[in-house]
Design a binder for this molecule. Structure first.
Ligand code: URA
Length: 208
């Protein structure tokens, strides 16, 4: 399975703050964006570079830039929006491809209701963002539609992942690397992650 639990001290610290039951909407929101930034740093650390020569202050100088594919960030609505600004703070030129998926709370099946993709998807690296990887159903549905749109390189960034979700995504899409701030214990009987964060969408949007 291709899941990377990023054990950077800043990530561990910030995630610990997010787990507090009494956290405010403001703090949860800010921390979700900050973790989005930190995960982006890790998930992009092997991007290929190419050199080129520019005119510097003291004459010609060889510098590096990211080679090849352009990036599209793919927030899974609505909770993925909670990490979006954090990702864009490092990749400000990225196009945003919004995907709307709701889970049926009875069957847990994922239903896709919105697909607003950037142009030229086959030429882009897709970075999916969603705070919680629980059953994996929404993530699998999103990867399915990205592959249908021709995407060849897809990575996923989540704040917290359940082993069950990682296993499901890895079985369906073994080529997709998952970057997470934590691999938690597992799912409860309602398919919430434990210890988890609770309902991340509600906490980000202040709807509960
Ligand atoms: N979605 C959430 O917001 N939290 C979970 O624990 C699982 C799914």
């Amino acid at each position: 399975m291709s899941a990377h639990e990023i054990r950077h001290p800043l990530i561990r610290h910030k995630l610990g703050l997010m787990r507090r039951a009494d956290i405010s909407t403001k703090n949860f929101r800010e921390l979700a964006q900050e973790l989005g930034t930190l995960l982006t740093y890790e998930a992009t650390k092997d991007l290929r570079l190419e050199t080129h020569v520019i005119e510097g202050w003291n004459g010609a100088v060889e510098v590096e830039k990211i080679a090849g594919k352009k990036i599209t960030v793919v927030p899974i609505l609505r909770a993925g929006i909670g990490m979006l600004e954090g990702v864009l703070s490092l990749i400000p030129g990225a196009k945003v491809s919004a995907v709307g998926v709701v889970r049926n709370e009875d069957t847990l099946a994922a239903h896709t209701y919105l697909e607003k993709l950037a142009p030229d998807m086959p030429a882009r690296l897709s970075l999916i963002i969603d705070p919680m990887l629980a059953t994996g159903n929404s993530m699998i549905a999103t990867i399915d539609l990205l592959k249908k749109a021709g995407c060849k390189e897809i990575r996923a960034m989540v704040l917290v992942a359940a082993p069950e979700g990682i296993a499901a995504v890895s079985a369906a899409h073994p080529d997709v690397a998952i970057y997470t701030a934590s691999i938690d214990q597992g799912l409860d009987s309602n398919s919430y992650i434990v210890p988890g964060l609770g309902d991340a969408g509600d906490k980000i949007f202040g709807t509960k």
